[in-house]
Unconditional design. Structure first.
Length: 335
């Protein structure tokens, strides 16, 4: 399974204890730990410089500017503001990991990004087009440039369609291919997600959870989107197959170069997949930045608590981390 530190280009391990030691609320007395914390600060600053350079060279594929999203009143249930004044952007070829606890608004942002939910206020731009102000015809053309992988692969596939038809449906409806050309495109997509071509005639109930999610990924990539939203694509899978699906998705992102909004509650998964990380709590973005900045020098107490909650199989290391966590919690109680 992915662990913190697996996402770096050099596969460098992130010392969570040293990351927590950079918090303002923590007093560090160990000289070795202070040295590691200082190195974390240096690497975080370097990551910010590199991120700024990347931003200057690449156009934004997804932009959220002061976006608020509200679920309307239903019966006796009052209207609920799920996301409040969120600002996010994803550049071409970049993976932004959106992490937070259940109910924080992660999926709401993902669904709004692909046009499945309206926004209450703000601007939401996809590939430079504000989908809140575009016409139905313009949005229809824009949706061809967006893909989504849903959390539950079983419920996202039509049980009455063979998986070949499910994968080819976006191509057929968009009039991108038909006949022999469509069949060839379906076979190529099955190859890209490492499924045998003869699976095209199988139905969803004949596949495992991991195979169903591969079908979902193939369908999402059918039109070669510029933006892919992956909404917790491994949370419904067995632990044994989660890593293989993540490796597949990471390889496809590297091959096709699409921008990706990757949603998860697991910091280890976010670390593995993301160039940049945004942390959500109660509908707000509390912190965002390059992967090394967020994981090595977390500034917001909530991010610090998320990191502190990650278990470690060494009792001595875990005990030291627990002391830092108590200092962080005590500082939060005093505020």
């Amino acid at each position: 399974m992915p662990h913190i530190g697996a996402g770096g280009e050099d596969d460098s391990e992130i010392d969570i204890t040293a990351a927590l030691a950079t918090a303002d609320a923590v007093t560090v007395v160990d000289s070795d730990l202070a040295e590691l914390a200082a190195e974390n600060e240096r690497l975080a600053q370097q990551a910010v410089v590199e991120a700024d350079a990347y931003k200057a060279k690449h156009e934004a594929v997804l932009e959220l500017v002061d976006v608020s999203i509200e679920y309307p009143k239903r019966g006796r249930v009052p209207a609920f503001l799920a996301v409040e004044r969120v600002n996010l952007e994803i550049r071409a070829g970049e993976v932004l990991g959106l992490v937070g606890e259940s109910g924080s608004g992660k999926t709401t942002i993902g669904r709004a990004a692909v046009g499945l939910l309206p926004i209450k206020s703000g601007a939401l731009k996809v590939v430079g087009e504000d989908i809140t102000k575009s016409s139905t015809k313009e949005r229809k053309a824009l949706y061809r440039r967006i893909g989504i992988v849903f959390q539950d692969p079983a419920s996202s596939l039509n049980p009455r369609l063979p998986i070949g038809e499910s994968i080819g449906e976006p191509l057929y409806l968009a009039r991108e291919a038909k006949g022999k050309d469509l069949q060839k495109r379906i076979e190529d997509l099955l190859d890209s997600v490492q499924l045998p071509r003869n699976y095209r005639n199988r139905y969803p109930h004949e596949l495992s959870g991991g195979q169903k999610q591969r079908v979902g990924i193939a369908r999402a990539l059918a039109l070669r989107p510029e933006l892919l939203v992956a909404d917790e694509p491994t949370s419904a899978l067995d632990v044994s197959v989660q890593a293989t699906v993540l490796d597949l998705l990471k390889g496809l992102q590297s091959e096709f170069g699409f921008a990706c909004l990757f949603i998860s509650h697991d910091l280890g998964v976010i670390d593995l997949m993301s160039n940049r990380i945004a942390v959500m709590k109660h509908g707000l973005i509390v912190e965002q930045g390059p992967r090394d900045e967020i994981l090595r020098t977390p500034k917001d107490p909530y991010t610090q608590r998320l990191l502190a909650a990650i278990p470690y199989p060494d009792p001595d290391v875990q005990a030291g981390r627990r002391e830092l966590r108590l200092q962080i919690l005590a500082a939060g109680a005093d505020e």
